[in-house]
Write a protein that binds this ligand. Structure first.
Ligand code: UDP
Length: 403
C-alpha cells in the first residue's frame, strides 16, 4: 500500500516514513475518539491507522461509548470551544464526567502512546496516574475564542497530558504542557479522493437524479449549523439571479451529533419548491462524495466556525475552484485569489461563486494551484511523518539514556 504513494509524493518521502517507523517498532499507539464514522476525525483515523500498522507501529483505535445525553453535552462543549454561546449546567457536566469514568473502566489505556482526540474522551487522562505511558491530547477544534468557563472546566484534564496538538498556530491557547502544530490531511488513495472513471461520476449523478445540464455548486458537510447550510442556500439564490445553476447540499449525520436531524429538517424547509436544489444524504459513501465533488463546477464551504475543514482540501485535490469562509483552518488551505477565494459574508460568497462560474479559465487556474498546495502540505504522508516524529520525541529523553 505504501509504495502506491510514491508516484504522488516521491520515493524520498516514503523512505523517510520507513526510517522513522523502524525506530518505533517496540512502541504501541492507541487512538481514542468518539465516533467511528462521520466527521473529519473518523475520516483521518480510518486511513491513518492501517498505514501506521503497515509501517510496523503497533496501533489500535478505540471509540468511547456514551448515551444520547452525553453526546448532547459534548456537542454543546464542542460549540462552546468554537466560541459559540452555550449554557452548560452542573448537571450536564456531571453527565460528562460520569461518562468519562464509565469509559475509563471499559477502555484499557495501556499503549505506550495514548492519543486522545477532542474533548469527548478527555477524562480518560485519569488513568494516567497509574501508568508510565505518554499521553497526547489532539485538539481538532479552533479554541482560540473558546468560552472561558468551558475551557477552564477542561483545563484540569488538559494540563495532565504530556503534549497537545493543534491544527494551526492560531488555534492554540497557553497551557503549561508541550504543544505541537500539526495540520490534518487527506488520503489521495482513499475512495474519497482517488481518481474516478467518468462512468462512475455519471452513474452517481443518475443515482441522485441530478442532470448535468447546468453548473453545479456543491457543499458537502454534516448537517450542522456551524457549516451554515442555510447560508449556502442564500448564496445560491443570489447567484441564480445571474447564472442559471443548481445546488447540491450533501451531508450525513455523525453518530456523535444529536443536532443534525433538526438541521436537516430546517434545510429541507428552506429548499422547498426549488427543483434545482438537491439535498442528498450520502453517509459513509465515499465514492459518491468523491464523484459529486468531481461533478461540481464550484465547491463552497460556508462554515461559520471550522476545525480544519477537510472538505476544502478534498475539493482542491480534485482541482476544483473553492469558495470558502475565512475561518478555522480554511485560510491555511486557501491563499485568497491564489488557491481559491475566501469569503466573509453571504454577499461576498455569492460574488465569488458568480465570478468563478463566469470565468472558467480563472476557476481552472485556482483549482490547479490548490491541488499543488494540497500535494505539498495536506496529504496523509506529511501528516504521518509529523506524528512519527512526535512519537519519537515523546520518548527521546529515555532513548538517549538507554543508548
Ligand atoms: N463527509 C462525508 N459525507 C457527508 C458529509 C461529510 O463523507 O455526508 C466527510 C467529508 O468528505 C470530510 C469529513 O466528512 O472528509 C468532514 O470533515 P471536515 O473536517 O470537513 O468537517 P467536520 O465534520 O470534521 O467538522
Amino acid at each position: 500500500m505504501l509504495d502506491r504513494y510514491e508516484s504522488i509524493v516521491g520515493k524520498g518521502v516514503i523512505d523517510e516514513l520507513r526510517l522513522l517507523s523502524d525506530r518505533l517498532r517496540n512502541r504501541s499507539v492507541q487512538h481514542i475518539n468518539s465516533t467511528a464514522v462521520g466527521g473529519g476525525v473518523a475520516e483521518i483515523l480510518n486511513r491513518m491507522v492501517p498505514l501506521l500498522k503497515e509501517l510496523g507501529v503497533n496501533t489500535r483505535w478505540d471509540v468511547i461509548k456514551g448515551g444520547e445525553q452525553f453526546f448532547e453535552v459534548t456537542k454543546k462543549i464542542h460549540n462552546a470551544l468554537h466560541g459559540m454561546r452555550e449554557a452548560i449546567t452542573p448537571e450536564m457536566w456531571d453527565i460528562f464526567w460520569k461518562t468519562g469514568e464509565d469509559n475509563a473502566r471499559e477502555i484499557e489505556c495501556s499503549a505506550d502512546i495514548m492519543f486522545i482526540h477532542d474533548p469527548q474522551p478527555i477524562a480518560l487522562i485519569n488513568q494516567k496516574a497509574a501508568r508510565q505511558n505518554r499521553w497526547i491530547w489532539r485538539c481538532h477544534i479552533d479554541i482560540s475564542n473558546a468560552q472561558t468557563r468551558v475551557l477552564d472546566a477542561l483545563r484540569s484534564c488538559i494540563i495532565r497530558y504530556d503534549a497537545a496538538i493543534f491544527s494551526a498556530p492560531s488555534f492554540a491557547k497557553e497551557f503549561p504542557i508541550r504543544q505541537f502544530l500539526i495540520s490534518p490531511s487527506i488520503d489521495p488513495l482513499s475512495d474519497k479522493n482517488r481518481e474516478l472513471p467518468q462512468e462512475v461520476i455519471d452513474e452517481t449523478l443518475l443515482h441522485y437524479d441530478i442532470k448535468n445540464d447546468k453548473p453545479m455548486i456543491t457543499q458537502i458537510s454534516r448537517f450542522d449549523y456551524l457549516k451554515d447550510p442555510i447560508g449556502v442556500i442564500e448564496v445560491y439564490r443570489k447567484v441564480k439571479r445571474y447564472v442559471d445553476c443548481q445546488l447540491a447540499l450533501a451531508g450525513g449525520v455523525a453518530a456523535d451529533d444529536p443536532e443534525s436531524a433538526e438541521v436537516l429538517q430546517t434545510v429541507k424547509r428552506s429548499a422547498e419548491g426549488d427543483q434545482d436544489i438537491h439535498i442528498l444524504l450520502m453517509p459513509h459513501n465515499d465514492i459518491h462524495v468523491n464523484a459529486l465533488q468531481r461533478a461540481s463546477t464550484v465547491i463552497i464551504q460556508k462554515s461559520v466556525r471550522e476545525g480544519f475543514g477537510l472538505t476544502v482540501s478534498e475539493a482542491l485535490w480534485k482541482g476544483k475552484p473553492v469558495v470558502a469562509s475565512a475561518v478555522g483552518g480554511i485560510p491555511l488551505q486557501i491563499r485568497h485569489k491564489y488557491h481559491g477565494l475566501l469569503c466573509h459574508s453571504i454577499d461576498g460568497a455569492a460574488l465569488a461563486v458568480k465570478q468563478l462560474l463566469q470565468n472558467p479559465e480563472y476557476a481552472k487556474r485556482l483549482g490547479a494551484n490548490g491541488r499543488e498546495h494540497v500535494r505539498q502540505n495536506f496529504l496523509l504522508t506529511r501528516h504521518l511523518r509529523e506524528y512519527l516524529l512526535l512519537f519519537l520525541s515523546l520518548y527521546s529523553m529515555e532513548d538517549i539514556i538507554y543508548l
